[in-house]
Unconditional design. Structure first.
Length: 165
């Protein structure tokens, strides 16, 4: 089965990694720092998601928008850029269409940027698979558990059955 990749930035990469690792069709999540071009050439916490045809790009984007502050401009946006990093022109066009279509689900403007992927630096080993290794730590209980609960509630048909919170 051939895998496709797309990258997402939002909040902390521990949270973003856990969200995507819980989804059917996601085979691998690489956590680290991603840069784009131009004014977005600084590295920001993000993940690369490798997925198969069992999940659509639209679904990945929709889940991403609902599991981080995709409508909030805050002072930490350099470190936590709300973004979809595309690898192909097709992904760029589809991402733009999906954001436009999903805007109706949000009360305020989505600020998530659609940016070309430029570079990736993996996070340190201790940070990788953070939720899998530390699910009962206070950070996970406070920030990751609610995101996984939202996915179970709103996107249950896309959640791996072995996933528990």
């Amino acid at each position: 089965m051939e895998l496709t990749k797309i990258a997402f930035g939002g909040g902390c990469y521990w949270c973003t990694e856990a969200v995507f690792q819980s989804l059917i069709g996601v085979e691998k999540v690489a956590q680290g720092f991603i840069s784009s071009k131009g004014k977005n050439n600084s590295f920001s916490e993000a993940v690369i998601v490798y997925f198969n045809e069992n999940i659509a790009l639209k679904t990945l984007i929709e889940i991403h928008l609902h599991t981080h502050k995709s409508t909030v401009k805050h002072s930490m946006r350099n470190k936590y850029r709300s973004a979809i990093y595309y690898f192909t022109e097709g992904q760029e066009k589809e991402s733009q269409h999906v954001l436009t279509t999903l805007q109706i689900d949000f009360d305020t403007q989505i600020i998530t940027q659609i940016l070309p992927f430029k570079d990736f630096k993996p996070s340190i080993e201790a940070s990788q698979n953070y939720y899998i290794k530390n699910s009962q730590k206070p950070f996970c209980k406070k920030y990751i558990h609610p995101k996984l609960a939202l996915i179970l509630r709103e996107f249950s048909s896309h959640v791996k059955t072995c996933n528990t919170i």
